[in-house]
Every structure is written in structure tokens, then in C-alpha cells.
Design a protein around this ligand. Structure first.
Ligand SMILES: [Zn+2]
Length: 271
């Protein structure tokens, strides 16, 4: 048994850059002490083992992690803001990479946007939707100083998101109703927010390499910006789905964990 330096080629498979190599006469050397799949791209690493080091052969396709960009049409000028909009908006997470990976989460963000829901993983942080300008917003968790003053002004907070599901989910209120959402059943955890009608771009950051959702400073999960004003609904769902299908790949030998409330640049268009 030998401990050797590990060159991950950009994959996230170990806390420390070293691996244990087991050599048994007559058998291929075994590498242990590393994850079976990359936490970012969800691929199984193929190792090249020399006397001096263990090297992952193929580079991670997402060395900087994944920034996810989607758009959401809000022709009604009202959005419903909460953690969980299932079952009104639900996708088959089994069709994607493991949800515990950055790629799997990005694919779910994409697929949810394609059916009209701006969705993004935020962990169990209970963030808020904050207005930062006339046409700009963030999903963020403010920092609090020693006197419990938040780093983002409370009057700018349009909605707080209770993260029983470790995510935010935002949809056009009328679109949500048209798909079966019942306003009479709204609870304390859903907030209806008036915004200018139009199309909004969400740039979601939690998949970026080095993103720390539990960091000490203000954590911004998503930047949101009005990019086109108006009440005209953009009927681009079909093209968005076509784009999403291109991101899909067969998922055999999946990780056993269920898609849970947890954690390149993609683009799609929400309905
Ligand atoms: Zn990788």
C-alpha cells in the first residue's frame, strides 16, 4: 500500500491531493481514498498510476464549475416566490446526472426553467429575494454584524425563502395558476411579489468552483435582471427543451442518493 500524490486534472474527487494505491501481484493496482465520481461532472475518473503519482487521465470538462443562466417570462407582473413549487413544476431528476453533482443540479435548473420555473439550489440557508435596483434583484443570504445588522437592507427584501427544500423556486403567478396552482391554498411560505412585466434573466452561481454558500460574507446565489419589458409571453419552450435534451446523457450506475434538498454556462428559456 502506497500513498502517492494525486493529480486530479480538474476533477473534484478528494479533499487532499493524494491517493492510496494497493498493489497485489498479478492484479491491476487499485486506487482508494478518492470518490468514485467527480462532484462536478459526475464522471468516473480513469487513473494512470506511475511509481510517483496517480493521474486522472481526462480533464474535468468544467474546471471552473458551472454558472447556470436561464430566463423566466413574467407577463403577469407577479411572481410566486418560495422553496418548492412541486408538483406544479416537476421534472424527472432520474433523467439527469446525479443531483449531488454540480452538473446534475445545473441540468435540473435548466429543465425547470424550460417548464416555466426559475429554480436553484441554495442549501439550507433560508435566503431572501432582494431588490438591488429598478430592474435588478438577487437571491442572497445577508451577513449580520455583531449588532445583528444585515448587510442587505431589510426594506429591500421582497420575500424570504424557507428552505425545507434546499432551493428557491420562482414562477409567473398566472402561469402557476394555469398549471393548476391554487391561490386559496397558499401558505405562509409562499410570497407573491409584484415586478415589472417582462423577461428576467437568472444567473445562478452555486455551481461555480469555490462558491461557499456558508461563507461569512453576503452570499449571492443568483443575480436576476429584467432584460425585456412587456407582457408578451415568449413561446420558446420547445426550443428550450431541445437545448436541455442536448445536455442529457444516459445515466447508468447512478449514485444511490435521492435528489434531495441540498447543491460552462447553460442557457434556456422559461415559459
Ligand atoms: Zn469532473
Amino acid at each position: 500500500m502506497t500513498i502517492l500524490p494525486l493529480h486530479t486534472n480538474g476533477h473534484v474527487i478528494a479533499r487532499q491531493n493524494e491517493a492510496t494505491v494497493l498493489r497485489v501481484d498479478g492484479l491491476q493496482p487499485l486506487v482508494s481514498g478518492v470518490a468514485h465520481r467527480c462532484a462536478v461532472c459526475d464522471r468516473r475518473p480513469e487513473f494512470e498510476i506511475t511509481e510517483d503519482a496517480v493521474q486522472v487521465q481526462d480533464p474535468c470538462p468544467y474546471p471552473d464549475g458551472i454558472t447556470t443562466e436561464i430566463t423566466l417570462s413574467v407577463p403577469s407582473g407577479k411572481i410566486i416566490v418560495t422553496d418548492n413549487l412541486r408538483p406544479i413544476y416537476r421534472v424527472d431528476v432520474d433523467a439527469f446526472a446525479c443531483y449531488n453533482s454540480t452538473l446534475g443540479q445545473a441540468q435540473v435548473v435548466e429543465a425547470m426553467a424550460a417548464i416555466g420555473c426559475a429554480y436553484g439550489p441554495v442549501g439550507n440557508t433560508c435566503p431572501g429575494l432582494y431588490r438591488t435596483g429598478p430592474d435588478s434583484y438577487v437571491i442572497a443570504k445577508p451577513r449580520h454584524d455583531d449588532h445583528d445588522n444585515p448587510s442587505l437592507p431589510e426594506e429591500a427584501c421582497l420575500a424570504t425563502i424557507c428552505t425545507n427544500l434546499w432551493a428557491y423556486s420562482i414562477a409567473d403567478f398566472e402561469h402557476w395558476k394555469a398549471r393548476g396552482g391554487d391561490p386559496d391554498k397558499l401558505g405562509w411560505s409562499e410570497t407573491i411579489v409584484d415586478v415589472p412585466p417582462g423577461t428576467y434573466r437568472f444567473i445562478h452561481h452555486s455551481g461555480e468552483r469555490g462558491f461557499d454558500r456558508d461563507g461569512p460574507d453576503t452570499v449571492i446565489f443568483a443575480h436576476i435582471e429584467l432584460i425585456a419589458k412587456g407582457r408578451r409571453v415568449r413561446r420558446l419552450i420547445a426550443s428550450a427543451w431541445a437545448h436541455t435534451r442536448r445536455l442529457l446523457r444516459p445515466q447508468r450506475d447512478r449514485c444511490p442518493s435521492p435528489p434531495g434538498p441540498s447543491s460552462g454556462r447553460f442557457t434556456s428559456i422559461g415559459g
